[in-house]
Ligand binder design. Structure first.
Ligand SMILES: [Fe+2]
Length: 154
């Protein structure tokens, strides 16, 4: 079967579906959400953000050199966050949050640029919108994790 989607994008979508299924099963079985689960979520979404940066990098027109470099830098920064994660996941929540707020803003600017035909790419506007909404979802998770951490600190 031929598709113009990257194989990684297909895997990315499958991983999101599997993660959502796991989440629903947990809720259905009334399993408690432990701190470890929050860290797993952080790891999962940091990796999703890294892949978004890679997809954006690869779907921009080759003339959009500046944006390609910026997307590539985000992919590298998420890679570094994930590499450092095993050392101390607690201290990386704020880093992930700040990184994802910046990346979300980059995505919003990208979506606006695509819709107004100011950015050249083969990114479907719905995909651009989808990656913004997933960044917002991750920001919400990170903010709630941050709140919980500050509650347990006192
Ligand atoms: Fe996604």
């Amino acid at each position: 079967m031929y598709t113009t989607n990257y194989p990684l994008l297909i895997e990315h979508i499958m991983n999101e579906a599997k993660m959502y299924h796991t989440l629903l099963s947990k809720i259905e079985n009334r399993e408690p959400f432990t701190q470890n689960y929050i860290y797993e979520q952080e790891m999962f979404w940091n990796n999703i953000m890294k892949e978004h940066a890679e997809f954006i990098r690869g779907l921009l027109d080759p003339t959009e050199k500046e944006l390609i470099l910026t997307a590539d830098r985000y992919a590298e920064e998420y890679e570094i966050i994930m590499r450092n994660y095993s050392n101390n996941p607690v201290s990386l929540t704020s880093t992930s949050l700040q990184e994802t707020i910046n990346f979300r803003n980059f995505k919003v600017t990208g979506e606006e640029g695509i819709l107004s035909c100011k950015i050249r790419s083969i990114i479907i506007p719905l995909l651009a919108d989808h990656v913004v909404r997933e960044a917002n979802h991750f920001i919400r998770i990170l903010r709630s994790a941050n709140e919980n951490l500050s509650k347990t600190a006192y």
